[in-house]
Design a protein around this ligand. Sequence first.
Ligand code: HT7
Ligand code: ZN
Length: 875
Amino acid sequence: GQVFKLEDYRPNDYLIPQTNLTFRLSPEATVVTATLTVQRRDGVAAAAPLVLDGDGLTLKRVKIDGKKAKPADLLVTPDQLTILKPPARRFQLLIETELAPAGNEALMGLYRSSNVYCTQCEAEGFRRITYFLDRPDILSVYTVRIEALREEAPLLLSNGNPGDKGDMGDGWHYAVWHDPFPKPSYLFALVAGNLGEVADSFVTMSGRKVELGIYVERGKEKLAGYAMDALKRSMRWDEEAFGREYDLDVFNIVAVSDFNMGAMENKGLNIFNDKYVLADEETATDADFANIEAIIAHEYFHNWTGNRITCRDWFQLCLKEGLTVFRDHEFSADQRSRAVKRIAEVRTLRAHQFPEDQGPLAHPVRPRRYREINNFYTATVYEKGSEVVRMIRTILGADAFRGGMDLYFERHDGEAATIEDFIKVFEDASGRDLSQFALWYHQAGTPNLTVSSTHNAAAQEFTLEIEQSVPPTPSESRKRLMHIPLAFGLIGAGGKPVAFSSVEGASVENGVIHLRKRRHMVRFSGVTERPAVSLNRGFSAPVTLSVEQRADDQFFLARHDSDAFSRWQAFNTLLTDALIAAFREFLGGKQPVFATRLTELAGSIAGDETLEPAYRALALSLPGDADIAREIGKNIDPDAIHAGRQALALAIATANAEAFSGLYHRLANEAAFSPDAASAGRRALRNTLLDYLSLLPGGAALAAKHFQSATNMTDRAAALAVLAHRHHASPEANKALAAFEKTYSSDPLVMDKWFQIQASVPGPQTVETVRALTRHPAFSMANPNRVRSLIGTFSSANQTGFHRADGDGYRFFAQTVLEVEKRNPQVAARLATALRSWRSLEPGRQAKAREALLSIANAENLSADLRDIVERTLA
Ligand code: HT7
Ligand code: ZN
């Protein structure tokens, strides 16, 4: 396939200042009439042909300035339309295409989801609707007329503000939408169908009233209340935190049940995976509520970071995604607990981005090459992209950062911008040189910092020796030195900060060491007592640390660090070290023994009323099998890792049985459910304690009781997971699974939880369960949510099941990926990334994983999406 390169970027010879679209909707034969105003860019030769993108299109007719185009003046394929000699002056190009949305299972372009017409155009779906310059630097003002049978589609929506509407006779009706803001084609959207509406309004900071609508499957309106509330809070927050006001008269959100990703920020008409809209306590967990809040905010925030200022080309994807993730993280931190949010973010980054950055699919936050852009909606672009923005704020300080953002909006509003433009506004606003810092965008790989310390009591000097290295990544063997902002604290007896009179060896500002060289000797003078060092506070830089730290210091930090993130980190490091040691014991055929002070510390954190319950729950949830595997790095045997993890969980439960039980009962549910963060935190702690207590005698009965008495989905699903995972195949587990299935069999989003819980049951038998569940009536290979719940969970969240020693997990996986691919290449390609860390497995599993990857690579007619992932994974 073709390789697209950043350095090949050229503006197109033509512009399309206006786009008029008419859709005559029908499931099998929708007619799209596009009337484009086309204009040659200044300085371009008159003879330049106009080459428009298409993807599998059927062309019906072409007119140029109202006259039928002659066949000799055109080159037509399903994937391209060339106007060989376009008029020299501005002209009108009419293109008529015919589509079959009902047969579109790839869910890109115009498709049908539960009888609703909807579109997905990012990244290159618009070219499946009509021929166009389908690239983000072509900004056009759209007017859209939708025609449909009123009975089939009483609701007709597109971008912008509503215009004329009316009857056309014969049961047909129409609606016109006009979006005054020039936008790229990937932000175009259309929805038509019979949906229920939840209406509300919002008054902006300048006093304009905006009509808000959330459209969902009829009968589900009452499940959209939380999403509407999150939308209004997002709108207010963007005004307060960034001075950004909404700009159209209406803002609509539509929830659909077949969607390739989470949601899409189309201008004025966001389209959502219904999983991120619909919620009540009976059907959604606290994690679902938090995701809905974050994703509603994320898509809304794109209105400024993505839509008003868009990307010049797809290499700049992080310009909108990294920045918008940063904004949604800050929003959630303000709405909930900042410390808890930060810990959760870092766990996600380490679970998804670190393995990507450390494996064959590693790429810079701003890539320079791609074969299939759909495969670059990655944790690196999104999550590391957000971390890079966070580091800019750390380096500049909050005020200069805000100044830079203000300048960005002022300077680039209405433009398609680049990462260079973005960095420049912060340089201009702060007077700082960010050229070395910019490597965070250009260079792949997770930097590692090796740190050691010495205290010279006589000289009253404390020295940190810090060395940076960036491991090689695909096609980047030599790395340049990075600018790493490392937040730190020196902590003395009782947890007090240790004073120092001066520092030399690196620039240190506001508790941040700026590392720029390979090696720094950072010397603090006037340090009388030996401090414990708290490093990378708040996770100021997305790096790994190799620290020579005494265990005593680590225990001390886990009790006393005043930075909540680093305190959590200290305890998590102690747990990880113990789990790695246990893994080695199991490999050597021995039983691990855990330090009493570790299990006691778990007990004291659980009962520490000065800490938020949500924080305690996070601290007590042990690193997962995949986290431990990542830390071990090579020669992975998931069974030994899992055995070590089980043993530590049992040791903690046994050591704290009484205290955990007492706390568990004290935390019993409040009378009325509330999805707020504090209530969710109490549920999280109680459910974490249940997980421990379930390992003790009577544990299955306790979990069964928890399941039966649950009054909300958070508790019910947690208990079901405990039963299925800790008491697999027990009568209690089987009974609960059956009861859950019976109650929720007609609710697909709840059945996803049932699939997920079963797909993540540890052990070699799970592949059989998952195989059988693919034949369950609630399962469908055509629905991305179902596929992700069952197949995605099994392959990416079940180390012992998926990496079964005989390779059957991989064989099942390869077959399934190919089956999904026939319908939906994008979803298949994403699934296939589950094997990206195959080289860190022990040799036996490695060979079997490679065989499975080869079986995919050798399949006939592989899509560009899947071929790209599999070939890079094998390279
Ligand atoms: N910007 C959106 C990305 C997206 C997408 C990309 C490719 C294929 C389908 C897609 N659906 C949504 C989502 C976001 O990051 O806000
Ligand atoms: Zn986004």
